[in-house]
Write a protein that binds this ligand. Sequence first.
Ligand code: ATP
Length: 723
Amino acid sequence: MEPRRGARPRTLPRGQQRASPGAEQEGPREGKETRLRVVLRVRPLTCTETRRGDRRVVHSLGDGTVHVSAARHDATFGFSAVFDAGASQEAVFEGSGMRQLVELAIDGFSCTVFAFGQTGSGKTYTLMGPLGQSEAPAVLGLMQRSFACLLEHSRSHGPGLALSASYLEIYNEQVRDLLSPGPPCALPLRWSKTRGFYAENQLSVDFESLETIVDLLLQGSRRRRTSAHALNKHSSRSHALLTIRIRSRAPSSGPGKQGTLCFVDLAGSERVKDTGSTGELCVEANNINRSLLALGHCISLLAKPQGKQTHIPYRDSKLTRLLARSLGGWGVTLMVACISPSSRCLSETLSTLHYASRARRVTTRPVANRVPREKLLQSLEEEIRALQLENLSLRQQLCLPTLPTRSGEVLGTPPRPGAQPGWAGRSGPGGPRCSPPQGQLLAEEAPAWPSLYGLLRDFVVENEQLRQPHKSPDPGGDVPSCRAPHSFCGSQVPLRSTQVPLGHPTQLQQPHAMPTSGHQLPVSAGTPGTPWGLQGGCTNTRCPLPPAETASCLRLPPMLPQPARCPRAPGTFCVPFGGAGRAQQHPDSSARPPGAAGAPRATAGPHWHPAARPGGCGSAQLPATSGKAVRDGDGASPRAAGKPQGRGEAASWGFAHGRSWGRSRSSSRWHAVPRDSREPSPERRVEPSAPPWPGPGLLEPGGERGGTGRASGSGTCPIGLWA
Ligand SMILES: Nc1ncnc2c1ncn2[C@@H]1O[C@H](COP(=O)(O)OP(=O)(O)OP(=O)(O)O)[C@@H](O)[C@H]1O
């Protein structure tokens, strides 16, 4: 029904009124209260609805207002933008502010876009287009357009961006990884002061091309739970969250940036009697509605004026936990409300419109995540120190002379603040490298970067050569150039991962100097055909290690030293922890084989406890087009991951589209560690790792606004177009 001629739409209630155009044009200002941006999309009537003779009850009045007119309802709602049935996907991308959101994410903000509305109202269509049905560019959704925008930006601006993606769903109140292969298993949700709520053990995959990320999206979406019901033949039965992590590649003189762009496709609210759901569908519907109710409750409370706000119950559902940061934190959020124009959906449509109107009153205080230079320097130092220890250990195993260290410095002792590892005598392709004077690293003006990058690169190259001395000569000339690869002085040098996340400084400085022959392993575990899959906790009573000190038994890498082999389970070895054999295992990497990130390591950086449950329960197969993949427990840290090669390991992991390799500070090390360097763990519990790229402080778990955290860096939001 058209709006009645002459009938004046009711004045918009407080909170539904549109902000003045000027105010909307101002966009988010860093640290200033910024409203959530809410846009509305009205889908066309479907063939079924038209055939049935449903009436259109929703009409766009232009200027961001929409009018609902039916027998007993006559209401007008205002939004930042309204897209009528005829609006193209392109128009929605450009008009919704999505492009600006992408730019904000590149600039270090945590940005979220979420689509919500009744089942069958077009949420998935808006975000992804008709997935798998048509590849026509015109129907590509907000996600694919944002990816293209992101990659275009990456290519056209300087050294580019390091991008990684993770994809999860919340199905029946269980968080499941959509990128992990194999049967779905629930991931635990954790909370940390720096990250807020996050899913532990979530897989994160680096990507560099549009094809890769679109493939990941497709493959993840195929794993997502969908079912058919009366209102939608392909109804999503879970909430899906795809998160793109964006790091600026080159830490220049200014702080580093790390933003996120999260796409949330909420499952649609539904009336069970309308959808005809029974049995499992009904259980799913109840869970969906319950979590949407929790979300609505949080939004209602957040929409209250600041002074009247009390506790925000984010903990009421997994969905609200994961969205806490977007709704009440330091992020920038775009909500796309989707509705059907059909008279049959009137009550659900009104409910969505009210929900969306309330959301417009919610504010956040966007703060960009800029990592201070000092933190970056510190993480570089830690990486160098860890590599130095590892190389020393390898040299000892190879019976090679050790290079002199700076006098007075004892390897393995906790670093003094600002101290550098011993690097006297280091030499690289460019000749001997001088140790920068102490204190230089943290001095504002000091040119510490090149020295540190050079050192890091040298250590990486040396490490590579020590690990495969049969291949290449040592820069110092003291690594044997021809040796049996797996037997050194009766011991064997284990494999490790040498992958550097995209954008790692070592790649930036001299990409051609990076080793290309590391031994990377598939990440996933426990599968026949995966050579070193995690077997789970070691419960063998004949194991030489006390059960309490055994983190897990892993399948045996071919060159592992004999003492580490587990006598109980031939073909496996024990990962010890605690006591004399202390070695830490990254909680989020328990599914990784030794050699992939998170295997026992000794670094001066954060340590993890082995009590972490063996996570990841997939097979060795990863999406054929997936890039480097890592388990997330530290999301922000540079990650190493499996590369499908090595000394005879099965490598079922396909890679596409040029990637670069190197080493990260999170890469694994499995080697004898000087005892002093093993930091005792105060207690056995899973500790979320401390990201070296800290985010702004987040809401307290209780949900109070205005948590104690602070932005780790400051800057001005360059965007003035968030409208
Ligand atoms: N703007 C649009 N133009 C054309 N077709 C659309 C549009 N929006 C939705 N559709 C169609 O409507 C149907 C339902 O859309 P979609 O699956 O995106 O709904 P949904 O809100 O994600 O549903 P659910 O919550 O059940 O997953 C699909 O067939 C889709 O192609």
